[in-house]
Design a protein around this ligand. Sequence first.
Ligand SMILES: Cc1cc2nc3c(=O)[nH]c(=O)nc-3n(C[C@H](O)[C@H](O)[C@H](O)COP(=O)(O)OP(=O)(O)OC[C@H]3O[C@@H](n4cnc5c(N)ncnc54)[C@H](O)[C@@H]3O)c2cc1C
Length: 423
Amino acid sequence: MKKEKRIEKLSNRCLGCSKQPCHFGCPLENEIRDFIKCMKESKEEDACDLLEKTTVLPALCGRICPHEKQCQGSCIRGKRTRPVQIGAIEAYLGDYALEKGKPLKKVGARGKGYKVAVVGGGPAGLTCAAFLAKEEVDVTIYEKHAYLGGLLQHGIPSFRLNKTLVKKTIHNILSLGIHVKLNQELGENLTLKTLEKEYDAIFLAVGANRSKTLGIEGEELEGVYGGNELLEQENHPNYQGKVVAIIGGGDVAMDVARTIQRKNPKKVIVFYRRSEEEMPAEKKEIRRAIKEGIRFRFHANPVRILGKRRVEKLVYVKTKYKGKKQEKKLVSIKGSEKDLKVDYVIRCLGSRLDASMQNLPLKYTDTSVIYTKETGQTSKRKIFAGGDCTNNIHTVAWASKSGREAAKGILAYLEKTKEKIKN
Ligand SMILES: Cc1cc2nc3c(=O)[nH]c(=O)nc-3n(C[C@H](O)[C@H](O)[C@H](O)COP(=O)(O)OP(=O)(O)OC[C@H]3O[C@@H](n4cnc5c(N)ncnc54)[C@H](O)[C@@H]3O)c2cc1C
């Protein structure tokens, strides 16, 4: 079936509900019902314009958002049968805009005459920059790597997200007149003080791509790696003929396992301390991992890594639930300790901020991320922050939303300071 026909068919399944649960299920609050209505009437241009009000990443979010947990998870259709495939429709529109060379539009001039620095070129930084540039703010993105995109480029693997599409999306955003300074690392060759002097406001979007530690004996041995770092730096060891243990049950664990599986190991085994049903990874990613030959040990909790200089064995205990419903507690089963010969152990237990970003002269939360108000403003009036380096849900759409909302916060702050100067 031709792409347009397929999308028309998918759009026609939308009931156009007045309560729009999909809109509220979407972190970006995209006008889903209304852009689908445009699609039913074959008004692609109008549909793209509606989407652009809330997002500048439709071709990407349409593909990699956890739709089951967001918009599609709230779709009324899904209660009885399959939900409307909102992601596919959004991706189609994102592609349409890029293929037609449809530029992002300016919407006003509230920011004219102001200069804002955005530190970090991932989804949060790119979105904030775009929504500021749409209001004529003079924006410069400072990025530590030699490329933009953040985890869109060096986290989500290319077998799940086409990198040409990432580049095209970024190119479209930069066409709003955004300046870029690559190889500029805050804390290394760039300081907040210099930026504060040079700019009217700053948006920090440095992410949180350092793997959490396991906190078990043997973690310092050669052959233990962080999953986030492996993907970002692409410094994989040679896995050929080796047994690789992945610790964790989230999406990062699935991406790391599937990336390594493509590099000819003997075996990749995922260790997760709870049941398969409780794994936080998306169900479709788990299915794909199983199909690709990745093995799983559920209710298996690693407690030690053994080896003289490098990893030789992983010791784990079996777990079970004890107690009734609310008091249910995960406990280790006595005498269940086992070990397994492994060559590599990869930590995928969640992400944290880089140590250098934990010492900025700003307030931090109890969970060691940058504290922000709802507007994105930090403890310093001139400095805003968003995305994974703040108390935000770690997905592209949530990061993007925090960038968009911070752009609003920054514009309001700039206008307020102008008022003060006038008076
Ligand atoms: C392996 C993996 C797979 C994922 N899969 C999905 C998925 O399928 N769907 C989904 O919705 N979410 C997914 N996520 C989560 C999602 O990618 C993040 O929540 C999102 O990218 C966060 O955006 P961000 O802009 O806050 O941070 P990032 O994307 O991390 O961007 C931060 C940027 O700041 C730069 N930077 C860092 N420190 C400095 C510094 N000191 N100076 C200058 N620049 C700096 C970085 O190089 C980077 O470009 C995944 C995450 C990982 C790790």
